[in-house]
Design a protein around this ligand. Structure first.
Ligand code: HXC
Length: 268
């Protein structure tokens, strides 16, 4: 679907996306690039990174891929610095890397719980922490009079409760807490906006195929007010909006993009 936004909406911006080589992260990478940004993507799998970078460059998007695991502080530091070396600055950090699997709480080992917390929540904090000095309005390479943007991808499942997702619910709740607290501290001190997007069920993603193989098309359709699964495009358009000047007064907000699913109830 064609974007309703001007193709210059993110012109001159440099974005780094964790998990930017696949799924929702890749769609955000693509749309950021189509709206004028240069894009660095970080991921654990070299093959996925290479494929994503060549897809982006074939669209004329300046793109580079850096291998790294957000659980490793040295990787976070190296990738942030490599991005700034490559493109000269950093304006936008998108934390889209995530780990997930279905497991009942009683069967989930503490290490399984910790693994998802480490990828999602601690990884998000680590990336934010390493990116901070570049995102400040007077940071290296910055000419703009405003600070940068952090965009954290969470979910809606922790708004209530979700079967077999205790680890992910805790991790995504933690991400939302990071979003609000960093918005307060870094918005005030450094003019950095920190926002979140909470996707609902999005078709054609690893999350969907892992979590709700087939039933989604039958059961969930009945309870989504807009009567359809979301598309990766829907999340990417929310990201373009929040990253553009249209979102300049939005800080500390977490935007659910789920067709209203999380608050829907059976009709009585
Ligand atoms: C139970 C599991 C498990 C499973 C791993 N573990 N998979 N426990 N069921 N299916 C446990 C292991 O037993 C181990 O604990 C611990 O987790 C670490 O496992 P490793 O395999 O060593 O971890 P690692 O290789 O680092 O893999 C991380 C991963 C992996 C999260 C487990 O699945 C992964 O990264 N997947 C790719 C990313 C992904 O799925 N992205 C989609 C995100 S979708 P023990 O105790 O045995 O040592 C998303 C949407 C959320 O986030 C919202 C939806 C609405």
């Amino acid at each position: 679907m064609e974007s309703p936004f001007n193709s210059n909406a993110l012109r001159g911006k440099v974005a780094l996306l964790t998990g930017g080589g696949s799924g929702i992260g890749f769609e955000i990478s693509t749309q950021f690039g189509k709206h004028g940004a240069s894009v660095a993507i970080m991921g654990r799998r070299r093959n996925a990174l290479d494929g994503a970078v060549s897809a982006l460059t074939s669209l004329g998007i300046p793109a580079v891929g850096f291998e790294g695991d957000v659980r490793k502080l040295e990787d976070a530091k190296r990738v942030v610095e490599a991005t700034v070396r490559h493109f000269g600055k950093l304006d936008i950090l998108v934390n889209a890397a995530a780990g997930n699997f279905l497991a009942a709480a009683e069967d989930l080992s503490p290490n399984g719980f910790k693994t998802v917390m480490d990828i999602d929540t601690v990884g998000t904090f680590t990336m934010c922490h390493e990116a901070l000095k570049y995102l400040k309005k007077d940071g290296p390479g910055k000419t703009a009079s405003t600070g940068g943007l952090i965009l954290n991808i969470s979910a809606t499942l922790h708004y209530t409760a979700a079967w077999y997702q205790i680890h992910v619910s805790a991790a995504k709740a933690g991400i939302d807490a990071l979003t609000r607290n960093l918005a307060l501290e870094w918005g005030t001190d450094y003019d950095i906006r920190v926002n979140g997007i909470a996707p609902g069920p999005i078709g054609d993603t690893a999350g969907m195929s892992k979590l709700q193989p087939d039933e989604i098309n039958n059961n969930t359709r009945e309870s989504i007010p807009l009567y359809k699964l979301g598309e990766k495009w829907d999340i990417a358009m929310a990201a373009v909006y929040l990253a553009s000047d249209a979102g300049k007064y939005i800080n500390g907000s977490i935007l659910p993009v789920d067709g209203g699913l999380w608050l829907s109830r059976p009709r009585y």
